[in-house]
Ligand binder design. Structure first.
Ligand SMILES: Nc1ncnc2c1ncn2[C@@H]1O[C@H](COP(=O)(O)OP(=O)(O)O)[C@@H](O)[C@H]1O
Ligand SMILES: [Mg+2]
Length: 357
C-alpha cells in the first residue's frame, strides 16, 4: 500500500489522541496533530480562515476533530469550515448533538432507538410535577458532562426534591430518567462506520452506581449480540457520527442507549479487549478518504462488473453483520432501492432475489 493523502487531527493531545495520530501516520502521507486550544477561527472580509498559533492552516484530504464538551462550539466551527472540502467522519451538527444528552435523546427518539424513559426538563417547576408521577429510583443528569460527573441518583421523592433545589441554582435544563437496574454495569460499544469494532462491560465499584472508569469502574471485554450491535450502530448513525462510543444499559427490557461519546478514551477498551482501536480508526479514516477521492471512479477491486443494457452481474464476497447479510454499495446504486421501500424477497438455498413490491 502506498501512503497518500494529507490528514489532520485536532485534539486536546490526550494519550488516546496521540495513539490515533501515530496510527494515522501508518496510512497517510502527512499527518498534522494540532492542539485544539491553539486554534482560532477568523472571519474577516477576506473570508473564513482557521488559524493555528496565528498562522493559516493548510488544506487536507481528511480531518478528525476531537475534544471535550467544553470546546463544542470550536469543534463545530472547525468541522463546518471544512465541510465539503475533505472527509470528516462526523457531521458538524454531530458535535452539538453528541455533546448534549438532551439533544442526543431527541435525535434517537424518532429513529426508534431504545433508551430509558427520559424527561427533558426546562425548569425545576416542571421537574417537580414529574417527580410526583414517576417511579423511583430515578436518575437526574445535566445535559453535558462526562466521566459520570453530571449524573445523580435519587431513590425517593425526598431525595429527588432536594437535588432539584440544588439544580435550580444552575438555571439550566436537565434530564430526569428512569433508573435501569443493571447492578451497576454498563456496556460500551466502539462504533466505526457500520461495525462495532470493540465492546466492553464496565462495573461500578462497590457503593457506586456509575460505571465510568473515571468513577473507579472496572472494564471487561464482552461480545454483543447482533441486536445490541444494531442499536449501537443505528444510534451513531442517528447523530451523524461514523466514529464514536455508544454507552448502553442492558436491563430487563433489553439494551437501551444512554449516551454517545464522540471522543472516547481508548486506553481502557484497548487494555481489556487487546483490540488496537486506534489502528482501526486510522484505517477507516484512510479508507473513507480514499473512497472520497475516487468518487465516481470504480474504486472497489473486489467487484467485477459485467454490464449490458440494463442487467448487471456482480461477483463479490458477502459481508455479514451479525446474522444479517450486507450487500455492497453498488447494489443500492444500480437497483436504486431506497430506505423504507417495500420489497419482496424470494429465497431458496443458495439463491436470493429481491424485487420491488
Ligand atoms: N438511567 C440510568 N440508569 C442506571 N444507571 C445509569 C443511568 N444513566 C447513567 N447511569 C450510570 O451512570 C454512568 C454515567 O452516565 P452517562 O449518562 O453515561 O453520563 P457520563 O457522560 O457522565 O458518562 C453510566 O455509565 C451508568 O453506569
Ligand atoms: Mg457515559
Amino acid at each position: 500500500m502506498t501512503k497518500k493523502y494529507r490528514a489532520v487531527l485536532f485534539s486536546q493531545q490526550s494519550k488516546s489522541s496521540l495513539w490515533i495520530a501515530d496510527a494515522m501516520k501508518i496510512y497517510f502521507e502527512v499527518v498534522d496533530h494540532l492542539d485544539i486550544r491553539k486554534v482560532e477561527v477568523s472571519l474577516s472580509t477576506k473570508g473564513a480562515e482557521i488559524l493555528y498559533e496565528g498562522k493559516p492552516v493548510e488544506e487536507y484530504d481528511c480531518i478528525h476533530v476531537k475534544g471535550s464538551f467544553r470546546y463544542v462550539d470550536l469543534l463545530r466551527a472547525i468541522s463546518t469550515y471544512y465541510e465539503g472540502r475533505c472527509y470528516n467522519p462526523l457531521t458538524p451538527s454531530a458535535y452539538t448533538i453528541g455533546h448534549d444528552k438532551l439533544l442526543t435523546h431527541i435525535k434517537l427518539h424518532p429513529k426508534k432507538i431504545p433508551m430509558p424513559t427520559t424527561y427533558l426538563v426546562p425548569s425545576t417547576q416542571t421537574g417537580r410535577k414529574i417527580l410526583d408521577k414517576i417511579n423511583y429510583p430515578i436518575v437526574m443528569k445535566l445535559p453535558s458532562g462526562t466521566q459520570g460527573k453530571g449524573v445523580m441518583f435519587a431513590d425517593s421523592y425526598a431525595a429527588a426534591s432536594s437535588l432539584l433545589d440544588a439544580l435550580e441554582t444552575l438555571r439550566q435544563p436537565f434530564l430526569i430518567q428512569e433508573y435501569v437496574d443493571t447492578d451497576g454495569v454498563d456496556t460500551r460499544a466502539i462504533v466505526i462506520g457500520d461495525k462495532v469494532v470493540a465492546s466492553m462491560k464496565r462495573k461500578a465499584v462497590e457503593r457506586e452506581k456509575r460505571a465510568n472508569i473515571h468513577a473507579g469502574g472496572k472494564g471487561e471485554a464482552c461480545l454483543l449480540d447482533s441486536h445490541t450491535k444494531r442499536i449501537a450502530i443505528d444510534a451513531a448513525k442517528a447523530i451523524g457520527a461514523e466514529i464514536c462510543a455508544v454507552d448502553l444499559l442492558e436491563g430487563l427490557k433489553g439494551a437501551v442507549v444512554i449516551e454517545i461519546n464522540l471522543s472516547p478514551g481508548l486506553q481502557g477498551i484497548t487494555d481489556v479487549t487487546s483490540i488496537d482501536v486506534a489502528d482501526k480508526i486510522a484505517k477507516y479514516l484512510f479508507k473513507k478518504t480514499d473512497e472520497r477521492a475516487n468518487e465516481g471512479a470504480e474504486s472497489s477491486t473486489e467487484i467485477i462488473q459485467e454490464m449490458d443494457q440494463d442487467k448487471h452481474e456482480i461477483i463479490s464476497p458477502l459481508d455479514f453483520r451479525g446474522e444479517r447479510i450486507l450487500l455492497p454499495e453498488i447494489v443500492t446504486k444500480i437497483t436504486k432501492f431506497t430506505e423504507n421501500e417495500e420489497v419482496s424477497l424470494s429465497l431458496e438455498k443458495g439463491k436470493l432475489k429481491i424485487s420491488k413490491f
